[in-house]
Design a protein around this ligand. Structure first.
Ligand code: NAD
Length: 256
């Protein structure tokens, strides 16, 4: 798949899965607008090594006004957003009766509402060119639940639903919208959960094994690169009729 001449915006791409997807899309020739907190320059350098134009916008994905500014910046700097990967996300684990309302609001804003805002703002340009790919990074938790993750599970189920609605609204166009549903991927988001469990048991490696054994039959983590390759496939002509799918890559998690 040659993405030369296409521009991709990947939210939350300074780390983990978003960075992995940005790298694969850049290797396929796409120009990239990165987004996310932390060391933006390191992410820019890593992605720019593949040769295309790479910029970063620091929009906080919980703030619709900053999202509007980022989409306007992308269209100004690149002329278009052809591929939109809604990936930014956070986690918080707590029983629902103890769940801090501000954590709930933040998870819904960053993991779900941000995708509504980027989509509504990027779609008009995609419609003008009659080509686009919207890829929402949901989760195995977009299709099944776990205890302690009420906000995350609600947001990810919502993201799968949003993907289906947008797929129907664009069904007769050259724009597709799909969700990818990863199982465990060893990123800072998951390492924090391993660390929290290890704080009690004192054994991080054992907690990692237990995390996989609880959910992921392959007993191996999915990698950001594998998810990037799946995103690249969804950008291809071969995937033009993949519409409204929630595609799990989860080491067998959802087969159980
Ligand atoms: P990560 O913590 O490594 O990366 C998250 C990215 O989002 C970072 O770039 C961070 O700066 C950015 N981000 C966080 N809050 C933001 C905000 N308010 N505004 C802008 N950017 C923000 O996590 P990850 O594991 O790579 O997760 C990426 C996505 O994949 C998330 O949506 C997550 O829910 C999803 N996911 C992760 C796993 C997993 O096992 N790691 C599994 C399924 C789904």
């Amino acid at each position: 798949m040659n993405l030369k001449g296409k521009t991709a915006l990947v939210t939350g791409s300074t780390s983990g899965i978003g960075l992995g997807i940005a790298l694969v899309l850049a290797e396929a020739g796409a120009d990239l607008l990165l987004n996310g907190f932390g060391d933006a320059q390191a992410a820019i350098d890593a992605v720019a090594a593949s040769g295309g134009k790479v910029l970063h916008h620091p929009a906080d994905m919980s703030d619709p006004q900053q999202i509007e500014a980022m989409i306007a910046y992308a269209e100004r700097e690149f002329g278009a957003i052809d591929i939109l990967v809604n990936n930014a996300g956070i986690q918080h684990v707590s029983p629902v009766e103890d769940f801090a309302p501000e954590r709930w609001d933040a998870i819904i804003a960053i993991n779900l509402s941000s995708a509504f805002h980027t989509t509504r703002l990027a779609l008009p340009g995609m419609r003008q060119r009659n080509w686009g790919r919207i890829i929402n990074i949901a989760s195995a938790h977009g299709l099944a639940a776990s205890a302690g993750k009420s906000a995350y599970v609600a947001a990810k189920h919502g993201l799968v639903g949003l993907s289906k609605s947008v797929a129907l609204e664009t069904a007769t166009t050259g724009i597709t919208c799909n969700a990818i549903c990863p199982g465990w991927v060893l990123t800072p988001l998951v390492q924090a959960q391993i660390d929290a469990r290890a704080a009690e048991s004192g054994n991080s490696e054992e907690e990692k094994r237990k995390l996989l054994a609880e959910k992921q039959p392959s007993l191996e983590f999915v990698t950001p690169r594998q998810l990037g390759e799946l995103a690249l496939f969804l950008c291809s002509d071969a995937a033009a009729q993949v519409r409204g799918a929630a595609w799990n890559m989860d080491g067998g998690w959802l087969a159980q």
